[in-house]
Design a protein around this ligand. Structure first.
Ligand SMILES: Cc1cc2nc3c(=O)[nH]c(=O)nc-3n(C[C@H](O)[C@H](O)[C@H](O)COP(=O)(O)OP(=O)(O)OC[C@H]3O[C@@H](n4cnc5c(N)ncnc54)[C@H](O)[C@@H]3O)c2cc1C
Length: 438
């Protein structure tokens, strides 16, 4: 409970955090642990209720923030099997790696259901002293005297709530900062729309279909035909008694192609390699969600007088991975807020320390290194389709046993390759990829 009261009788917090997702809960947890009066607002009935269920946390970076978290955190399976499927219509080149080294603490990746994990994490923040308001939506930022000084709330608490500073952690759609004129709306070419389905199965069926034992889990990255050859990705995750399948494509591509994401996931579920994994299950959840995938070049400004932006709201996503980036940004926001509180100065001058912490960490180093990746696919939208199709054709012909000599077969395969991708284009594309991924 906030102890500070202004003359007006209005409750006054040192920090308000908007959004109880990975970034917001982390910020609130570390602030509360340091004895700060922090209010955490969540528009959903409980943390995780509005988040897309399922995904993976990476345990090595997470344990830097939450030592040995796996001992108390509600995770589903230890992901020891990682596959990538390069999919054509009736075939798939499957690349995989299974390591039982990852089955031991500290693990590598753990699958989690967000509705369960976020609730546990938020309870941890509350136990540390944070005040959590569920079913409370921040409608607008309060901007006074040139700085952000609070939020206008609706729902379980209504009206103006003021604070020393605000940490914005509202996920992929940072509409509050846009509405306040602080940042521009993310362009359609930098935003992807994902749809995810969670399908229930008995545990033993999952183990049998994915060749797993105990609480070991698998994740399959799906490329190529999974997205109808459009730039985007899909994946299949195993949970204890559920399998999650998702697929996502850029919003601009979906609009240009007049495609519905619901059609893409329906087609993917019917793919001859995917259908047997999902046969007979019961869909228990179906949700669409955005991921800001524009990378470093598309990030909005993150620091303002009286406010910092964290997690997906700040475009802090590397490829499709955002959970750890969100957590770290929440921690850095909390550390910066502590500095501001100690100096009694919430100006941009002090809060700039947040950006500096991000710059020094693996987060912005990685995002900066990968800054040209989103552009590569935006400028070459058929890159996935072209090469994954080619790899499947070549693999088909390599596997077929024709009644010809090996020399004739090699010549034929060379002809297939050059017919699909002339040598000049192959070399130019290889060069582009090397430049981007160097
Ligand atoms: C299909 C899919 C699969 C993914 N899989 C993975 C994965 O396996 N690994 C990985 O690292 N990342 C994954 N991600 C990305 C990851 O989910 C995000 O990067 C991460 O959740 C971002 O955390 P966040 O705290 O910034 O936002 P969120 O976790 O989205 O939290 C934002 C919170 O703010 C609340 N909120 C929003 N507006 C308001 C408001 N006005 N007032 C009050 N509350 C508000 C929301 O209800 C929500 O609880 C996936 C994303 C999708 C869509």
């Amino acid at each position: 409970m906030a102890k500070n009261f202004r003359n007006t009788g209005e409750k006054y917090y040192q920090v308000i955090v908007i959004g109880a997702g990975m970034a917001g809960i982390t910020a609130a947890y570390f602030l509360a642990k340091a004895g700060i009066e922090v209010l955490l607002l969540e528009r959903g009935p409980y943390p995780g209720s509005k988040s897309i269920s399922g995904g993976a946390v990476y345990s090595l970076p997470t344990r830097e923030l939450l030592p040995d978290f796996w001992e108390e955190a509600p995770f589903e399976r230890v992901l020891v099997d990682q596959q990538y499927w390069l999919m054509a219509e009736r075939s798939a080149v499957k690349l995989g790696f299974t390591s039982l080294e990852m089955d031991n603490e500290p693990y590598n990746r753990l699958s989690i259901m967000r509705a369960v994990f976020d609730r546990w994490y938020a309870e941890k923040a509350v136990s540390a002293g944070a005040e959590l308001l569920n079913s409370c939506k921040a409608e607008d930022l309060i901007c006074e005297n040139g700085r952000v000084s609070g939020v206008r709330a609706s729902g379980s608490r209504q009206g103006d709530i003021r604070a020393g500073m605000v940490i914005l952690a509202q996920g992929a759609n940072p509409i509050l900062a846009e509405r306040a004129g602080l940042i521009k709306k993310t362009g359609a070419s930098d935003m992807s729309l994902y749809v995810k389905e969670i399908i229930a199965f008995p545990e033993e069926v999952i183990n049998e279909r994915f060749n797993l034992t105990g609480n070991r889990g698998a994740v399959i990255g799906l490329l190529g035909e999974a997205t109808a050859g459009l730039p985007g990705t899909g994946s299949i995750y195993t949970f204890k008694e559920h399998v999650g399948i998702n697929v996502g494509v850029g919003v601009k591509t979906l609009t240009c192609k007049k495609l519905k994401i619901s059609e893409l996931i329906a087609t993917l579920k019917g793919h001859p390699m995917v259908e047997p994994l999902l046969r007979g299950g019961t869909t228990v959840e179906y949700l669409a969600h955005m991921i800001p995938e524009g990378g470093f070049n598309a990030m909005p400004p993150l620091v303002f007088d009286g406010m910092v932006i964290t997690g997906d709201s700040g475009g802090l996503v590397n490829g499709t991975h955002g959970i750890n980036l969100a957590m770290y940004s929440g921690k850095f926001a909390a550390d910066t807020a502590l500095e501001a509180i100690n100096r009694r100065d919430y100006s941009r001058r002090v809060l700039r320390g947040y950006r500096k912490k991000l710059e020094k960490s693996f987060i912005l180093k990685d995002m900066r290194a990968n800054r040209e990746v989103p552009g590569l696919f935006q400028k070459n939208p058929t890159l996935f389709a072209d090469y994954i199709g080619l790899v499947n054709s070549v693999s088909t012909h390599l596997s077929m046993v024709y009644p010809v000599s090996s020399r004739v077969k090699r010549k034929f395969i060379r002809h297939v390759v050059l017919n699909k991708q002339p040598l000049g284009k192959l070399l130019t594309d290889a060069l582009k990829a090397v430049r981007v991924f160097r």
